[in-house]
Design a protein around this ligand. Sequence first.
Ligand SMILES: CC(=O)SCCNC(=O)CCNC(=O)[C@H](O)C(C)(C)COP(=O)(O)OP(=O)(O)OC[C@H]1O[C@@H](n2cnc3c(N)ncnc32)[C@H](O)[C@@H]1OP(=O)(O)O
Ligand SMILES: O=C([O-])CC(=O)C(=O)O
Length: 375
Amino acid sequence: MSSDGSHYSPGLEGVIAGETTICSVDDGLRYRGYSVAELAEHCTYEEVAYLLLYGELPTAAQLQAFQTRIAAARRLPLPLRDFLAALPKWTPPLDALRTAVSALSHFDQDVADNSHDANLWKAERLLGQIPVAIVDHYRLAQGLLPVPARQDLGQAANFLYMLRGSEPDPDEVKALDVSLILYAEHEFNASTFTARVIVSTWADMHAGITGAIGALKGPLHGGANEKVMDLLRAAGGPDTAAAWVQAALARKERIMGFGHRVYKSGDVRAQILKKYARQMAEKSGDLHWEETAEVIEQVMAQQKNMYPNLDWPAGRLYHAMRLDVPLYTPIFAMARVAGWAAHIIEQMDNNRLIRPRAWYKGPPPRPVRPLAERG
Ligand SMILES: CC(=O)SCCNC(=O)CCNC(=O)[C@H](O)C(C)(C)COP(=O)(O)OP(=O)(O)OC[C@H]1O[C@@H](n2cnc3c(N)ncnc32)[C@H](O)[C@@H]1OP(=O)(O)O
Ligand SMILES: O=C([O-])CC(=O)C(=O)O
């Protein structure tokens, strides 16, 4: 293929860069053929993670065994916990998680085994370890002792339990669980594609997921959910939000939580999670930010024909649940690890090195002048 740009699409927009059986975005969002709306209504995050990794929804016995294996992995090697405690207090939780996943590779006996089975074992262990890494680091940074994980709780409930050290509220567990399901997978998004590129060199699961967390950080991708509350606070309230967003658009600012590379007329996940964000705000007795968000949605639709993505309700939901903002992108990572791992396994099971070409726009061929002749 020539490098003259005839196949070039900036940002790879619209380019089919691989095959997958995990997720489709064309006919509504589906994981392995199931609509996310149905999965969010009828399943738990663990059922969905099993579906993504193994290709089918689990039977009750398969789910029980899967949950037991994940729960058994819910602890960190002590040297890693000590290292997390030693990080500067201002270390962003997502950066600490990226470091933790990289460090976990040194303690995993199967790190160099890229077989299908070993990749599944490593994925299950990471499903158990990642929430612990997030919460242990968070508590240690606040001078609090980590709370040991519970074996009897699902991912959402155990996360809230470890964070607060108290029995989690069932409504909060359900809302967080739905957000984890909706965040779990999304085809060839930037972080998943990063993971696939990394493992296409025959690196390993931990390398792929460490890189994926790095890619997730940016505010054009996972980092957007941490910007939502800043934006709402800047907008002030329902009475000032329209003028604020119009002025922000006039300044050519991006409204975080709006727009999407694939969805140009709305993201079904944002509709699903909006209901939970509102319910949780009602429960907290404060609808101020829901009402402010409503005004911003109207202005964005009218003026830009642009609609919310999943990060928009997720930021508000987590705020209504009294979670600190720097935990929001780590929660995205804790959910997306199922999708990342499924894609890593799919890539490695049928691998070809991912190595595209670039359209060269630099200087034409020219001779090297010896150092003494330059200047
Ligand atoms: C779960 C997720 O990770 S979803 C993504 C989360 N990210 C965000 O919410 C960040 C805000 N959104 C954005 O920046 C974008 O919509 C993206 C990056 C998500 C997708 O954008 P792309 O498909 O690459 O479109 P692109 O960045 O080329 O933007 C096209 C035009 O729309 C504008 N635009 C895109 N998103 C927004 C936005 N949120 N607010 C205002 N304008 C926007 C751009 O400024 C650009 O305008 P121009 O043509 O006048 O320069
Ligand atoms: O698909 C994308 O570009 C971004 C993403 O991860 C998502 O929407 O969940």
